[in-house]
Design a binder for this molecule. Sequence first.
Ligand code: IPM
Ligand code: MG
Length: 365
Amino acid sequence: MTIKITLLPGDGIGPEITDAAVEVMKHVAEKFDLSMELTEKAIGGNAYDAFGTPLPDDTLQACYESDAVLLGAVGGYQWEELPHHLKPEAALLKLRKSLELFANIRPARVYSSFSGDSSLKKEVLQGTDFIVLRELTGGIYFGQPRGYDAEKGWNTMVYQKHEIERIARRAFEIAKQRSGRVTSVDKANVLEVSQFWRNVVAEVHKDYPQIELNNMYVDNAAMQIVRDPRQFDVIVTSNLFGDILSDIAGMITGSLGMLPSASLGEKYALYEPVHGSAPDIAGQNKANPIAAIASVAMMFALSFQMTKAADLIEKAIERTLAQGKRTTDIYSEGQTLVSTLEMTQHILDNFEEIYNEEALGVFTL
Ligand code: IPM
Ligand code: MG
């Protein structure tokens, strides 16, 4: 099998962590006899500097022609004053919209050796394992009219029925593979669009009688994620609420530097770390490559049904953390501080070790 991947390293720490992810991809490809065609394209602030647009046409074209896209991160201080449509973030939004990546999966999972590093108490956190399924191509991010003038600013939160139906369906399908519980998060006590969302989700739920559905207001959901995160399995929500809740979910598990994501449509798929471009540490070999590497695991599992490869990557990350290896963002006393390159190498070494142990039937984490 030959798979075509477009790499979009982007800005800040994007290139370093994408390099780390590519190292892991190459290693997996070799082990699993997979041939890969990698094409690198520009996106974000550096694309704006070079081509006058944060998302050049040939970048988008390459994405249309690939089996999966791997993105690093976009953004940086020097592009903050640009008009909205030229900002690095605009590239991300246009890419999501153009590839119709309506379903954004952000897992909140705690690596067992890591539960002491969270801002939450270990007892509260241990065993947390849920996903935020965020609607990614609709809602207030894209609604018209939008704008501002000297006197006011405005945006529109609008959802079409089919947009809610397809994300709700995804949520129930994902829940089928997990513990079978969906929490739909909205603000139906105030917003009509949310009441509509709730009605449509209930309608789709009729096709999934075996799945338990709860509705929760977004303010309560934010509180519940911090109070008792284990109650959740699949959280499905709109674009803006999902943006906020996935950051909260990310932080309680330790560090945003650890969290991968997948953005899926009917045809295309894009994988990226949840964290941003961290310009303050860019180019210093300090960034945590785990989120990017875990995004590769999601790519193998979801785009190429290579669950064995995905599982090995996750176990290799887990073992590396258990060995006390930490990049600066997750370092605390008594552990071993490592660079981006060192962390990547440790994960590769552990991948190799676990691969061999499993072949011999002697694997224990
Ligand atoms: C995210 C980010 C983006 C978003 C920004 C960079 C446009 O915060 O992926 O969560 O708001 O969707
Ligand atoms: Mg965000």
